[in-house]
Design a binder for this molecule. Structure first.
Ligand code: XMP
Length: 510
């Protein structure tokens, strides 16, 4: 399988670049610039390399640099933004900084005749975000595109197959960005497009069928996309040798536990152990109001429940984890250990007697995991399921948690989700749910005074959940949800809509 190296210099779009490459059906992996040498790159057999952008100036002593030997490694190279400036610098060229040469946002681009620009009109729009610029292409290179401010908006050394673009082809604001990446990958690197989800699934199933034959495999199933896809994939490989444990902590949404059971036990015929642990969790949570304490209790109790089940199952050979690629990428700075621990199943390995962890999805981005899910025949509603936090409704039920409050919240949440879907807004928002506050307010019903609970509706739009904007849900959807919630749930007298972005708020209320 061909692969492209995305060498990370700390740019904000590094994951996007890798995803874009994969959208062109070529496998891409991201490595921090300071974690791989030129010799290692050569030995790994990459078909091409992309230098990402980065926040620095090449003359800043603290800025990330790279071994200039890469320019003679015989591997096609594309530098983007800082990556382009770094190539110019390494090739002995000039990089300048001038206040009036900085460009941010959409900029008119003029391109010349070059394979990188096949199918790109002479004049189009690109996305720029830079202060430094390259006044003239370095020796051996020629300028192949310009903007009003930037005489070298793109450059190349065709002999060595080294290209650089000052703009960002990976963002959608660059009109022909996809075409430019396609040209680099297929025309310059000679890629053939052998990264396909269908063959990924086939190959993985075959690989695990051989590797795990006759072995016992255990999977903690949450009903979320990642663990579900991992479980179904493994099931296709090892059948009944896979045992899935699904812990229902009583903090799931309306009908969720039953639907998980329905899909995995009945549709997929999987060996599923459903643990009804509602009482255990609610007893531990009784009277607890502090958000972090709730999370801690739930995390610990989850492990205890799993431990009890694992004891019953006994020794297993493999433990399946739904780790995905963003969980394993390290950031370009390479400083802090930024590998995330899987906070829903963190600690699980220590309580299971197993030989090895297997992570069938560790090379995949979320959108690829969804494609694999669809290829495996997992229902669309599960594959497109919005994220749901490990601690579940406990962190959406403000104050202490009781079964009664959870039931009220479940009803309100189900109505809101139904109305969002009915209004066709579910594809326009990334996460939407209800929160039950501990605020009471006065209402009037018939001629009588009421004094009931307040529900908050929350919907956010986001790329990565690190930042988020509140979704502009149409008023008529909000109106229907509000009317139904107050009519159908006697305890609720008031419905509000959360119009806070993240930051300063977070997505969840606790
Ligand atoms: P916040 O509230 O931090 O949420 O803005 C960002 C995203 O993460 C989800 N979230 C969690 N997911 N375990 C999870 O698996 C957790 O403890 C947890 N807390 C928040 C949240 O739903 C949103 O998608």
């Amino acid at each position: 399988m061909q692969k492209i190296l995305v060498l990370d210099f700390g740019g904000q779009y590094n994951q996007l670049i890798a995803r874009r490459v994969r959208e062109h059906h070529i496998y891409a992996e991201i490595k921090p610039y300071n974690k791989i040498t030129v010799d290692e790159i050569k030995a790994a057999g990459y078909s091409g390399i992309i230098f990402t952008g980065g926040p620095n100036s090449v003359y800043d002593p603290a800025s990330p640099h790279y071994d200039p030997a890469i320019l003679d490694a015989g591997i096609p190279l594309l530098g983007i933004c800082y990556g382009c400036q770094l190539i110019a610098y390494m090739a002995g060229g000039d990089v300048a900084s001038a206040e009036n040469s900085s460009e941010y946002g959409k900029v008119a681009l003029t391109v010349g005749d070059n394979p990188l620009f096949d199918g790109v009109p002479e004049n189009s729009v690109c996305w720029m975000s830079h202060r430094d610029f390259i006044p003239a292409a370095p020796e051996g290179f020629s300028a192949i595109a310009h903007t009003a401010q930037c005489p070298t908006a793109a450059m190349c050394d065709e002999k060595r197959k080294i290209y650089g673009v000052q703009f960002h082809p990976e963002v959608t604001h660059t009109e022909y960005g996809q075409q430019i990446l396609h040209n680099f990958l297929y025309k310059v690197c000679g890629c053939v497009g052998d990264w396909q989800m269908d063959s990924f699934v086939e190959n993985k199933i075959k690989e695990y069928r051989e590797k795990l034959a006759g072995k016992k495999v255990l999977c903690a199933l949450s009903g979320g996309v990642d663990s579900s896809v991992a479980a179904v994939l493994l099931h296709k490989a090892v059948g009944d040798n896979l045992v899935c444990v699904f812990v229902d902590h009583g903090l799931l949404r309306k009908g969720e536990a039953d639907s998980v059971e329905q899909i995995f036990r009945h549709t997929f015929n999987m060996n599923l152990v459903r643990v009804d642990a509602e009482e255990r969790f609610l007893t531990k949570l009784a009277g607890v109001t502090e958000p972090e304490k709730k999370r801690k209790i739930i995390g610990e109790e989850f492990i205890r429940v799993f431990e009890d089940e694992a004891k019953k199952i006994g020794k297993v050979n493999y433990l399946v984890q739904g780790t995905i690629y963003p969980d394993v990428i390290e950031s370009g700075s390479g400083d802090a250990s930024t590998i995330k621990s899987h906070h829903n199943v963190g600690g699980l390995p220590s309580v299971v007697d197993f030989d090895e962890i297997i992570e069938p999805l560790r090379d995949l981005f979320k959108d690829e995991v969804r494609k694999v899910g669809l290829t495996l025949g997992i229902p669309e509603e599960l594959v497109w399921r919005q994220p749901f936090p490990g601690p579940g409704l406990a962190i959406r039920c403000i104050g202490d948690i009781t079964k009664e409050k959870l039931d009220t919240l479940r009803e309100a949440d189900a109505i809101f989700r139904e109305e969002i879907a009915r209004g066709g807004f579910d594809k326009n928002t990334n996460q939407y749910f209800a929160v039950l506050t501990d605020t009471r307010s006065v209402g009037v019903m018939g001629d009588a005074r009421t004094y009931g609970k307040t529900v908050v509706l929350r919907a956010v739009t986001t790329d990565d959940f690190m930042t988020a904007d509140w979704s502009r849900v149409p008023y008529d959807i909000l109106e229907k949800a509000s009317t139904r919630i107050t009519n159908e749930i006697p305890d609720i007298t008031r419905v509000t809509y959360d119009i806070t972005s993240k930051p300063p708020a977070t997505v969840e209320w606790e």
